[in-house]
Structures are given as structure tokens and as C-alpha cells.
Design a protein. Sequence first.
Length: 158
Amino acid sequence: MPKKEHTWQEKLNDNKGYPKVKLLNGKMADKWGRGTIVIPAPMEVDQLMKKVPRGKVVTINQVRAALAKKHAATIGCPLTTGIFAWISANAAEEQRQQGKVDVTPYWRTLKTGGFLNEKYPGGAENQKRLLELEGHTVEKRGKKYFVKGYLDSIMELI
């Protein structure tokens, strides 16, 4: 019997035993230094993304920093935070397709440097459209899109 595919909402609600704070060691310590790393629960990432109001943006690094502060860790895990932001975005689109209006505004969470996330539902083009509807100016730099003057619209999470 084939394995049942989970919905994005189910993936978002599955905390898999997270959050966990661990010591940085091995290759991670070589890259990030000494201290601790928090591996967040998917819903924690979603809750931070939900806080960003219309007209404002945050970067994924701000989400990571807020998670680190919440858990008294040195850093927030870049890999899982990015994956959970992606799950949050897909869960929001899944909810929107089911008729829900008040969904997580994932399009307001940018990559480092104000760049759009091509892995979000509909790619960077959809994120561009949604940001422009809220008054942001999105420009192309090489093959990537970024929010012009994004620092003027940044929201502090911590």
C-alpha cells in the first residue's frame, strides 16, 4: 500500500520533537563558531512570519535571530529555518486554495539581501506580484529579484 502523502498543513503542524537546542560541533562549529544552535519547530517559524504586517518585510536571517533569542541559543539553524519557511509558504497557499483569506504572508519573508525566494509557491514571480500589490518596488538584479529599498520596510522581530 503506498504511503499517504501529507498535506502542507500537516507538515507544518508536525513538530517532529522540535524545538531543540544543541551544541555547535564539527563542521557546523567550523562554519558558525562556538555556542549553541536551535532547531526550531515548523510552527515557530510560521508564527514569526505571521507577525509581519502589510507594507513590511523581514529576512530569513531575522527569523533565525529571533528564534535564537527565544531559545537563548547562539544561532538559529539556517537549514531547518529555510525548510520550515518553505513549508509555511506552501501551507498558506494550500489554505488559500481552500478558500481561507487570512493566511501566513510568506511573501513578506525575504532571503538575505532582500532577494525573493524562488522556492516559494509560484516562484519569485508570484512573490514579486504579491509584494508589488502591497506597494513594494521589486527589481531584477541579474537573474534574481530583490525588493528595492527593503531596509526601509524592514520590521524588527526581536
